[in-house]
Design a protein around this ligand. Structure first.
Ligand code: NAD
Length: 241
């Protein structure tokens, strides 16, 4: 069987880099992309600088990838930001900051999916995996922009599932709880904050990036073949009470 091709956005980060390593270990060819182009150079033989918010950048990068490989089997929409610490409640969040979070977390996955869908349709199938968040299912207090964006990311995944499932393209969201990555390290490095977070997680620990890469790996493998439009929660039971 020919190598399967995966594209991972935001690949320089905690979950992104773990995902690239896992998919490479699974035997896929992986194109690691990130807005910080230099930081994905060592991750995979194939790497491209890509700002997911920029339509021209997305078209150029996906065009290059399709020219090089002829197709993409798996898109992992992973790039994401929480917004600054001032992006809190709706009343306190600067309009520009709201737009910035929506641009990376919603417009980004939309643009990347949009750019690859024609090739997936031509190939008769593909998988789109969007790293959303538990914040897309329940509202995180004081995180209006992030919560809103992740809710939209879940629904983008579902919209793709509904519109393209009959063409062999499956789209699912993964909804992690708290994962130890550069995004959350500032909080987890404070022992009292870490203890407070962990006390709410029934299995008693925050997730590691590999916990999330596990789920991407299973979906990308083609197992879980009936999953389409699913929002797979991986939070150690955090949101169950
Ligand atoms: N860490 C958590 O607790 C957690 C929980 C739930 C969901 N998530 C989601 O998982 C995904 C990965 O998060 P992480 O924790 O690994 O964060 P991270 O900060 O370690 O990595 C995010 C990566 O996205 C890249 N990025 C930012 N803006 C970009 C853009 N415009 N274009 C391309 N790349 C861009 C960054 O350069 C960075 O490498 C995000 O979508 C995040 O919202 C994280």
């Amino acid at each position: 069987m020919k190598d399967r091709i995966a594209v991972v956005t935001g690949a320089a980060g905690g979950i992104g880099s773990a995902t690239v390593r896992r998919l490479l270990a699974d035997g896929l060819q992986v194109v690691a992309t990130d807005v910080e182009g230099a930081s994905v150079r060592d991750l995979s033989e194939h790497h491209i600088a890509l700002d997911v918010t920029n339509p021209h950048d997305v078209a150029r990068a996906m065009g290059e990838i399709l020219d090089r490989f002829g197709r993409v089997d798996v898109l992992v929409n992973n790039a994401g930001i929480t917004g600054s610490q001032e992006a809190t409640t709706a009343g306190e969040t600067a309009i520009e900051e709201f737009d910035r979070v929506m641009a990376v977390n919603v417009r980004g996955p939309f643009l990347c999916a949009r750019a690859l869908l024609p090739a997936m349709v031509d190939a008769g199938g593909g998988q789109i995996i969007t790293i959303a968040s538990v914040a897309g299912l329940i509202a995180f207090p004081g995180r209006c922009a992030y919560t809103t964006s992740k809710g939209a990311a879940v629904m983008l995944a579902r919209s793709l599932a509904v519109d393209y499932g009959h063409l062999g393209i499956r789209s699912n969201a993964i909804c992690p709880g708290m994962v130890e990555t550069p995004m959350t390290q500032w909080r987890l490095d404070q022992p009292d904050l870490r203890a407070r977070v962990e006390s709410r997680i029934p299995i008693g620990r925050v997730a590691q990036p590999d916990d999330i890469a596990d789920a991407v790996s299973v979906l990308a493998s083609g197992r879980l073949a009936y999953a389409n439009g699913s929002a797979i929660v991986l939070d150690g039971g955090w949101s169950s009470w």
